[in-house]
Design a protein around this ligand. Structure first.
Ligand code: ASP
Length: 316
């Protein structure tokens, strides 16, 4: 586990891990770069690690048996959406009205993509985003109805399923301080499968205390999520507006494609140019077209998990 003490002391340096593929497949996931554990709840670090480990295991087992990168990222994100400590699905951050509005997107390396925003009923937004991709001629749907979600065979839930006590307390604290300070999270995964395909999926409740209707980078293809075979797959978390302005996920892919950069160099340059120099905070997980993993952030912390030659590595 990386030591975060130094990172907290110098929050705008880029911390980066560059990991060679080991199994003929790769998977990396993140659980957000915004919060500090003690701010959200009194849950121990072990609870976050348990959530990351379950999600990594779900994605890994798909890849191990030869399944697709797309199935793997969806399986991993589904677990993080179901876990109440992460900002997606159940336990997502609340809007200023104390409600949830969830965003998600998926993209595979062949260029297919789907996204939803301001979702209030889907238990697992990542699968609804995937259905937009697979079942409609469209790419991006806003506020999918209960009928639509259920018609596609996905589970729906009421607001009280999504809203946790910890999030209610967090919103109250932030509103009492009357602060505009952003509090974010988000979950996401990238994968490279045994067939050489990449995919990315990202899911969020957005920024705590955000105005109803606000949409960040998570469902925006190219900003918070991007995949292209032979180049890279990227899933982001952080100050959404900066990721949109910098088209961060695509900027990394473009550096690789047009400048012939390596994945780690591309990630570093994009974080420095589009986030650090603009005083924005966040991080990302990525896989290259060859399965190499790069995990990086300039925020004080980021929850993430990946596997290297020593086994499962969890960053909390
Ligand atoms: N990027 C997300 C958003 O702006 C929040 C986050 O990643 O924490 O909605």
């Amino acid at each position: 586990m990386p030591d975060n003490e130094e990172a907290i002391a110098a929050p705008r340096t880029t911390k980066l891990w560059d990991i060679a593929p080991i199994n003929g497949f790769s998977l990396a996931l993140h659980g957000g770069a915004g919060g500090q554990i003690e701010e959200l709840s009194s849950e121990s670090r072990a609870a976050f690690e348990e959530g990351l480990s379950i999600a990594h295991g779900a994605g890994r087992s798909v890849l191990e048996r030869g399944g697709s990168a797309l199935d793997a990222v969806c399986a991993a994100v589904e677990q993080l959406e179901n876990h109440p400590l992460f900002n997606a699905g159940r336990g997502a951050a609340l809007t200023s009205d104390g409600e949830i509005e969830l965003d998600a997107s998926v993209m595979d390396g062949e260029g297919k993509a789907g996204a939803i925003a301001a979702s209030r009923h889907a238990k697992n937004p990542v699968y609804v985003a995937r259905s937009v991709m697979e079942r409609t001629p469209h790419l991006f749907l806003v506020a999918p109805s209960t009928e639509l979600v259920e018609g596609w065979g996905h589970e729906t839930a009421e607001q009280d399923y999504f809203i946790t006590e910890a999030r209610v307390r967090q919103l109250a604290r932030i509103q009492a301080r009357d602060t505009a300070a952003p509090r974010h999270g988000t979950v996401g995964a990238v994968a490279y499968d045994k067939h050489g395909n990449v995919a990315a999926a990202t899911s969020t409740g957005g920024m705590v205390n955000q105005q109803m209707g606000r949409v960040g980078d998570t469902p925006m293809i190219g900003a918070g999520n991007y995949a292209r075979n032979g180049i890279a797959a990227v899933s982001c978390t952080g100050d959404g507006e900066a990721f949109i302005r910098g088209v961060v996920a695509y900027d990394i892919a473009a550096r690789i494609r047009y400048l012939d950069s390596g994945l780690a160099d591309a990630v570093k340059a994009t974080i420095e140019n589009e986030l650090t120099q603009k005083n924005a905070s966040g991080g990302l997980v990525s896989v290259g077209g060859d399965g190499r993993i790069v995990v990086a952030h300039n925020s004080p912390r980021m929850f993430a998990a990946y596997e290297d030659a020593t086994g499962l590595v969890m960053m909390t």
